[in-house]
Design a protein around this ligand. Sequence first.
Ligand code: FPP
Length: 258
Amino acid sequence: MWKKWLGKLGGTEDKSHLYQVLNEKRIPKHIAIIMDGNGRWAQKRGMPRAFGHREGAETLKKIVRFSSDIGVGALTAYAFSTENWKRPAEEVGLLMKLIAEYLDGNIEEMHQNNVRVRFIGKTEELSDGLRHKIEKAQTRTANNTGLVLNLAVNYGARTEITRAVQLIASQVRDGLIKPEDITENTIQQNLYTGDLPDPDLLIRPSGDFRISNFLLWQCAYTEFWYTETNWPDFTPELLVQAIIDFQNRERRFGGLKK
Ligand code: FPP
């Protein structure tokens, strides 16, 4: 399927060598992305930060299409953290608007591509209007069996883990489970991503090397990949490079070399 992207990746240089080394049998089941560097991208061009976010939303569209096409199982994209409320109200408002526009403008295409859209985070704190769109998008795509797109909005991993602890404590209080029966699996299942495998690969563009309160539990053995490129300039070609690097890494999960 991904071969149809050959020649569509921009630039004149032949990209076919990238595909030839992509092992179709080891495509990551779950990729997490911190969509960083939108503000810097805009500022470098003398534009307001909003332009960077807008362009970042365009990049997300391309990456979702491409990931779906090459058979990635799940893509979790960090769109707005529980800490991002500290930003000026104008920027927060713009980001919320972009998320709403993203749903309005893309849900049908994603549905046609068998993408299942889900939101992770405290969506109950978002505006009624946005929550309504989220509900509609999730319901529309609920039965799709292709790529699971998790959009992390008002998401923070510490909040997610705290919520899991609260859910488990309620189950103990109600006599459904005993404290000694709580396992790592119990915690994993009570996270927003409980039904998904942990990310195989975490991509952070824009040259920062932080996890920024993203998927802390789930990333215990995730392979990290960084690039200096800001998110608005991120391309399917860079995703291919990240996947090739991932495919050439040896994952030992604390064990020894095979
Ligand atoms: C971090 O870069 C990015 C964000 C806080 C927002 C990410 C949002 C989008 C890509 C668009 C909207 C989302 C969807 C789902 C359509 P930054 O702004 O902190 O960049 P900087 O570090 O260069 O300032």
